[in-house]
Design a binder for this molecule. Structure first.
Ligand code: HEM
Length: 414
């Protein structure tokens, strides 16, 4: 039987394919753009089209413009109007002028200078985390390195007490299920779980903000509270949505990048040896990991006018699904794309998207990953991957290992 777009697309949803989706992505990309859901969804996987669409102002990031999202979002919108909850998942899902206004406010906290100053803090946390595994002879990569580093950094930046981490971990993981394709069409239970996670996170931040008002500090939350109090730069609901966006975007993705990086390096010992021999290769290594195993595998936009993509036309209100992970292995842009090569120039990857919504946290994510992976390459002696320990999270979009265990002989002091 000949495989069809439908088969390959459906197969991406099958947890059995979570570990190895790249053949499916290749097949999707090679067949060109195709439609799903009676033409309401267009799926694209080639680099050129994805790159163009991400920069196209006629493509909206606001799911409320979508014929599919509108029905499911109407309850949330009604509650938001009552002022009780955050209206959206933040400016990630907004268009100009609101997107521009909110992004500008937050950008000040993420300049190259501010991020570069975090290096010693990041280094200190990585050293502390690695010191914690010296006696064990094994590293449980996700809970002992990949997850705690970004959580501690983003919590510190925002001013969220690190002790609250156990409270938001589950909410955050449930919330990002909402970024999977067709989440808007998920089962009632799944939608309820995503919504209740958003409600819990919103309440958490409403409460934290109330406490912070009485005791402003130097953190980002205090600065945003001040901006809210000094004028109409952002409403309280926008403030809460922005905090949720930063908290969730700031750690779920970076944890995947670090864990994917450890995995790729261990599966390619020659590349790990090259990095160990030449630490200056770290920046290229991080870009190659982002390309080779994208921490965010796809993103969506809503067409605000009929949009022709190859042989299909997405109608106004239709959704375009851009498979970033497929674009990142497009042979038209990356020679021998399935080869993991830390010396190639991988910077054209779309892992941080492109255009107006280009990832605001990209410099921070790069810095965290480069410090963590440099330490891993330099200090962990004879690391061996326990292949049978590898388990993936259920997420399709924010795809990454849930468990990844590495044994080693020794941890060098520096
Ligand atoms: C490896 C790590 C990361 C990856 C792969 C990643 C990926 C992305 C992607 C693909 C987008 C754009 C989505 C779209 O256009 O639809 C995005 C946006 C965003 N990211 Fe990241 N991200 C990472 C880390 C971070 C970190 C550490 C932060 C913050 C501390 C962050 C904050 C944001 C924000 C605020 C946006 C929204 C930007 C906008 O809409 O203007 N990200 N990210």
């Amino acid at each position: 039987m000949t495989a069809t777009h439908q088969d390959e697309f459906e197969a991406l949803f099958d947890p059995a394919n979570r570990a190895h989706p790249y053949q499916l992505y290749a097949a999707l990309r090679e067949r060109g753009p195709f439609s799903r859901l009676n033409g309401l969804v267009g799926v694209v996987g080639d680099h050129d089209t994805c790159s163009r669409l991400l920069r196209d102002p006629s493509m909206s990031s606001d799911r409320m413009h979508s014929l599919i999202g509108r029905a499911n979002n109407s309850d949330a919108a009604a509650t938001a109007e009552e002022g009780k909850r955050a209206p959206t998942v933040g400016f990630l899902s907004m268009d100009p002028p609101d997107h521009t206004r909110l992004r500008r406010l937050v950008s000040k906290a993420f300049t190259a200078k501010v991020i570069a100053e975090l290096r010693p803090t990041i280094q200190g946390i990585v050293d502390e985390l690695v010191a914690g595994v010296v006696e064990d002879g094994r590293l449980d990569v996700v809970p002992q390195l990949a997850y705690p580093l970004p959580v501690r950094i983003i919590s510190g930046l925002l001013g969220v007490p690190i002790a609250d981490h156990h409270r938001f971990e589950d909410w955050s993981r449930r919330l990002v299920r909402g970024l999977d394709p067709m989440a808007a069409l998920g089962s009632k239970e799944e939608l309820a779980s995503i919504e209740s996670a958003r409600d819990d996170l919103s309440e958490y931040f409403f409460d934290l903000i109330a406490r912070r008002r009485a005791d402003l500090g130097e953190d980002l939350l205090s600065k945003l509270v001040l901006a809210e109090e000094q004028g109409d730069a952002l409403t309280e609901a926008e403030l809460v949505a922005t905090c949720i966006l930063l908290l969730v975007a700031g750690h779920e993705t970076t944890a995947n990048l670090i864990a994917n990086g450890v995995l790729a390096l261990l599966r390619h010992p020659d590349q790990l040896a090259a990095l160990r021999a030449n630490p200056a290769l770290i920046d290229g290594t991080v870009d190659e990991i982002l390309r080779y195993d994208s921490p965010v595998q796809l993103t969506t936009r809503v067409a605000t006018e009929p949009t022709t993509l190859g042989s299909i036309t997405v109608p106004t209100g239709g959704v375009v699904l851009m498979m970033l992970a497929a674009a990142n292995r497009d042979p038209a842009v990356f020679a021998d794309p399935d080869r993991f090569d830390i010396t190639r120039d991988a910077r054209k990857h779309l892992s941080f998207a492109a255009g107006a919504h280009f990832c605001l946290g990209a410099p921070l994510a790069r810095l965290e990953a480069s410090v963590a992976l440099s330490v891993f390459a330099r200090r962990i002696v004879n690391p061996v991957l326990a292949e049978d320990s590898l388990r993936y999270r259920e997420h399709i979009n924010l795809r990454g290992p849930e468990q990844l265990i590495v044994s080693f002989d020794q941890v060098l002091n520096s």
